[in-house]
Ligand binder design. Structure first.
Ligand SMILES: Cc1cc2nc3c(=O)[nH]c(=O)nc-3n(C[C@H](O)[C@H](O)[C@H](O)COP(=O)(O)O)c2cc1C
Length: 149
């Protein structure tokens, strides 16, 4: 399976989350490539069966500016052949908890084969593990389902 996680993290919480997600894919014997957004070549998008977006939320429920390039890349092309998923960290003390996850969700639902989204309060804790495992399972199930169509 060709899966990439593309993420951004300012203070490390989202990075911690995507490392955990990567580890959970590995436990299912699936290797995924992990890219900070700055390292990811946008013309590579079509080379993956699945892309997992990892994002924190900034401003007032906003997508971080460095993630806007990949947001626009999906938004301006029809990529129904790619399975996507979104994970994010945020702080529920803000009115729009993980707003960037919601923004990606609405757009990816329309332009790609969106499988699942996951919002985590600040950084992943033990109590979040089962949700993270389920997230990975759903991505893998959707890739197999999509292949069969
Ligand atoms: C200026 C500022 C604005 C923020 N705005 C939001 C917000 O609107 N919604 C939210 O859920 N979290 C918000 N956060 C919290 C961050 O998204 C949260 O701390 C996140 O875990 C940071 O991820 P990172 O460590 O990967 O950079 C904000 C944080 C800062 C400092």
């Amino acid at each position: 399976m060709k899966i990439a996680i593309v993420y951004s993290s300012k203070t490390g919480n989202t990075e911690e989350l995507v490392y955990l997600i990567q580890e959970l894919f590995i436990r299912k014997n699936v290797v995924v490539k992990l890219f900070r957004i700055e390292q990811f070549q946008m013309n590579e998008l079509n080379n993956y069966e699945a892309i997992v977006i990892g994002t924190y939320t900034w401003g007032n429920g906003n997508i971080p500016h460095e993630m806007m390039g990949i947001f626009r890349a999906f938004e301006t092309q029809d990529m129904k052949n790619i399975v996507t998923a979104v994970v994010g960290t945020g702080d529920s003390g803000y009115p729009n908890f993980c707003g960037a996850v919601d923004e990606f969700k609405s757009m990816l639902y329309y332009h790609t084969h969106l499988a699942v989204t996951l919002k985590i309060e600040v950084s992943p804790q033990k109590k979040d593990l089962s949700r993270c495992i389920r997230f990975v399972e759903i991505v893998l199930e959707r890739i197999l389902l999509y292949r069969a169509i």
